[in-house]
Design a protein. Structure first.
Length: 546
């Protein structure tokens, strides 16, 4: 089917239609934003494609394929270009899925060394990664929920201690500052601190713990927002702060604790030594990492007992600490269960859109629509205002908003019309985090302590991917985790392009509506009353057995 859309953007298309061009731009965007060596994007080992030759072959396929073909990607490598039809997905992919019994980090590393597999992280492998901006709102929402529940609705005059200023972790500094809190982020790599300062995510670096604590006390007393980065190891600094009896209001961590080999840096090891040991003595490195995580977690539990709100921020730190002998590591909750589940029950989650024109004005025009259309939705209007003011664009301009069932579809259809009318300069891609209600099974993150005990059942993300294929989404991906995270989760990702055509309107309508319907069904099936109510109220097609 011919795509009649007239491009108003000055950049000529390199592919046959905007659908393929859009996916190519998203792939390039992952690499541009990730900006890490060796085609890596984030979370230590997350990649967009398996290697450079895979990348070249994918680009060639996207540039030459017509809309009635589907490109098949297996763990970041293109393996086939098959005739389907113009309503089918253009790209389907399965990244890093190992058979249950073998889904272990040592097997992953062996397969990776043989060049047979790669880890896509959550969003990188599905070409949906948009940089640290992707998780600022979720971090902001977590802090806001904590403020509501524990601190009289404000984090002004409150202190957050955390670690890790990496691709995702750096969002903590900006989000905390946006809620008016004082935050100290411990980071072992000086380059990461500089990068964060340069991006405007972090306000200042302090050179010692003494200086940090003086600055923090003053900012708390003056109820002033402040973000500080301290060069150091979390396994050393957290216990030191506890030993001084200085108890933060909130404690968390976003070091890559999930990966003892390529991620977490043990105490008393410098970065050069760690690089050396990865090849020379991985066992020593991993044991040292576990011992350090134990120290860090014991301090986190000490803060917990002293009254801090402590939570696992999705990096498996509790799991590692437990295996290192910290029996009560799971006394602290994971952020999804503790703070976000009521939103997920109503399919409200991290939805996002990306301006393929590379023009921020397109995002600002959609912002204007959002603020008018969702004027009575406080989460949305508050966030759009804050994001416009404080969140810099990274790569292709993008916006995130936590929208629910019906809202996502409505927005996407309105944007598709704006593209058709020429009010936007080029098409817009719609996607969402894999960490979304019906799209992820991760018993230590997304699905921990579900009401019905179905935490480890990975049928839901698989159904999600099949449903999105059946609904004609442009790209559909099934991911499982790799590296130190191997075996812990399965998720599904989806991308649909609003290119202004009636065919796109149909794809957006079906995919986005069905995607969030399944989210509500997943939580209704697990017995959450708010999901059952939403299922009935919104008529999502839930079948409840009597
Ligand atoms: P990253 O690899 O980009 O950055 C990690 C940072 O931690 C690096 O800057 C590193 O120098 C620093 N670090 C390592 N060990 C340290 C130590 N002992 N003390 C102080 N600093 C240390 O990783 P990322 O993308 O920022 O992700 C961080 C973690 O968050 C990962 O485990 C990832 O899987 C997890 N994650 C969670 C979510 C979520 O669900 N909210 C989303 C994405 C990533």
């Amino acid at each position: 089917m011919k795509n009649d859309f007239k491009v108003t953007n000055s950049i000529p298309l390199r592919c046959r239609t905007w659908r393929q061009e859009a996916l190519l731009r998203l792939l390039e965007n992952v690499l541009a934003v990730g900006n890490e060596p060796d085609m890596m994007a984030y979370a230590t080992l997350g990649r967009a494609t398996r290697d450079y030759s895979s990348h070249v072959a994918i680009v060639h396929a996207l540039q030459t394929m017509t809309e009635d073909y589907t490109l098949i990607i297996q763990s970041g490598k293109p393996v086939g270009l098959l005739k389907t039809h113009a309503q089918a997905p253009l790209v389907i992919m399965a990244n890093c899925n190992m058979v249950g019994h073998w889904a272990k980090s040592e097997v992953f590393y062996q397969l990776e060394r043989k060049g047979l597999i790669c880890w896509g992280g959550l969003s990188a492998g599905a070409w949906q990664y948009i940089g640290s901006q992707a998780v600022i709102q979720s971090t902001y929402e977590i802090f806001s929920r904590i403020a509501e529940r524990y601190y009289n609705n404000t984090l002004k005059g409150h202190f957050i201690l955390t670690a890790g200023l990496g691709a995702m972790g750096s969002a903590q500094a900006l989000a905390a500052w946006m809620v008016g809190a004082v935050i100290l982020v411990v980071e072992i790599d000086p380059e990461r601190i500089q990068k964060c300062l340069a991006k405007g995510y972090l306000q200042q670096q302090v050179t010692s713990l003494e200086e940090a604590l003086i600055r923090i006390k003053t900012a708390i007393a003056q109820r002033e927002a402040l973000s500080l980065g301290l060069l150091g190891n979390a396994a050393v600094i957290f216990p030191e702060i506890l030993a001084r009896g200085f108890i933060p209001h909130i404690v968390t961590d976003q070091t890559p604790a999930h990966d003892l080999l390529y991620g977490y840096i043990p105490a008393d090891y410098d970065l050069a030594r760690v690089h050396e040991l990865r090849q020379a003595n991985p066992k020593e490195l991993m044991l040292a990492g576990l011992a350090s995580i134990k120290r860090q977690m014991e301090a986190m539990l000490g803060f917990h007992k002293a009254g801090s709100v402590v939570f696992d921020h999705g990096n498996l730190i509790r799991t590692q600490a437990y295996s290192a002998g910290v029996a009560d590591a799971f006394d602290i909750p994971v952020f999804t269960e503790a703070f976000l589940r009521p939103l997920f029950c109503r399919a409200i989650g991290p939805f996002r859109w990306i301006a393929l024109s590379n023009d921020p004005d397109d995002i600002h025009r959609i912002d204007e629509y959002m603020v008018q259309r969702f004027a009575d939705n406080h989460i949305v209007t508050n966030w759009i205002g804050l994001a416009q003011q404080y969140v810099p664009f990274e790569g292709l301009p993008a916006r995130i908003a936590w929208l629910g069932h019906g809202e996502r579809t409505e927005l996407a259809l309105a944007v598709n019309q704006m593209v058709a009318d020429g009010r936007l300069k080029a098409p817009v891609a719609f996607t969402r985090d894999h960490l979304d209600a019906g799209a992820m099974a991760h018993p230590y993150l997304m699905t921990e302590n579900l009401r019905d005990g179905s935490d480890v059942i990975a049928d839901w993300p698989l159904i999600n991917a099949m449903l999105n294929c059946a609904s004609g989404a442009d790209l559909v991906a099934i991911h499982s985790s790799g590296g130190g995270d191997s075996g812990y989760m399965t998720s599904a990702g989806v991308t649909i392009i609003a290119d202004g055509t009636p065919a796109a309107a149909q794809r957006l309508q079906l995919s986005l509506t069905n995607d969030t319907s399944l989210s509500i069904i997943r939580y209704a099936d697990a017995g959450y009353p708010e999901a059952i109510e939403e299922a009935i109220y919104k008529g999502v097609g839930y079948i409840a057995l009597s």
